[in-house]
Design a protein around this ligand. Structure first.
Ligand SMILES: Nc1ncnc2c1ncn2[C@@H]1O[C@H](COP(=O)(O)OP(=O)(O)O)[C@@H](O)[C@H]1O
Ligand SMILES: [Mg+2]
Length: 166
């Protein structure tokens, strides 16, 4: 079922963006619940407010969150944490795992299409190397920003920010 979710997520659709006001909190909460059920993995959601309205295309935002959660599940075995915060202008989503991490010298490449860190990973995890490239495109489309912070064998944190609805 999540295979289907992910393949949908990684399908770059050509539908025009449909920007509305989307609640990042309810969107993330629903997806986190779904992932916990399907993978039987603990995912802790931290939030500093009950709703964070951002300007976005709901389906595309969903795609982004699915891509990050899928990676966190695939490349770690420990608990996953999701943080939702907002400041005056931006909604902020961070997805943090305590997994294998990404070597420093590879971090600038993981957003390239088809880029995957090494052969061993390719063999056991499956995947296309497209997820992060698609996620980055979608975030750019939303005038958001995406950052990655990772240490090998310690873990990875992906941070995305989106402009709030006025
Ligand atoms: N949370 C993560 N922890 C460790 N490595 C990651 C993580 N997310 C992405 N990567 C690395 O970045 C590469 C690119 O990610 P992605 O574009 O989603 O492709 P895929 O997951 O299909 O391999 C992955 O192959 C993996 O090596
Ligand atoms: Mg992936």
């Amino acid at each position: 079922m999540t295979k289907t979710l992910l393949s949908l997520a990684e399908l770059e659709d050509s539908k025009p963006v449909d920007i509305k006001s989307v609640d990042l909190v309810s969107l993330s909460t629903a997806l986190v619940t779904q992932f916990m059920q399907v993978y039987d993995r603990p995912i802790i959601l931290h939030k500093n407010s009950n709703s964070i309205f951002i300007k976005g295309d709901e389906l595309k935002l969903k795609q982004v969150i699915i891509i990050f959660l899928d990676n966190a599940i695939k490349y770690s075995t420990d608990v996953i944490e999701v943080f939702l915060e907002s400041n005056q202008h931006m909604g902020i989503l961070r997805i943090k795992d305590y997994g294998i991490g990404i070597p420093q010298e590879e971090q600038s490449h993981v957003f390239e299409r088809f880029y995957r860190v090494d052969k061993a990973r390719k063999r056991d995890s499956g995947g296309s190397g497209l997820g992060l490239a698609i996620a980055k495109n979608i975030v750019n489309l939303h005038k958001g920003e995406i950052e990655i912070e990772s240490k090998e064998h310690i873990g990875t944190e992906i941070k995305v920010t989106f402009p709030l609805t006025n």
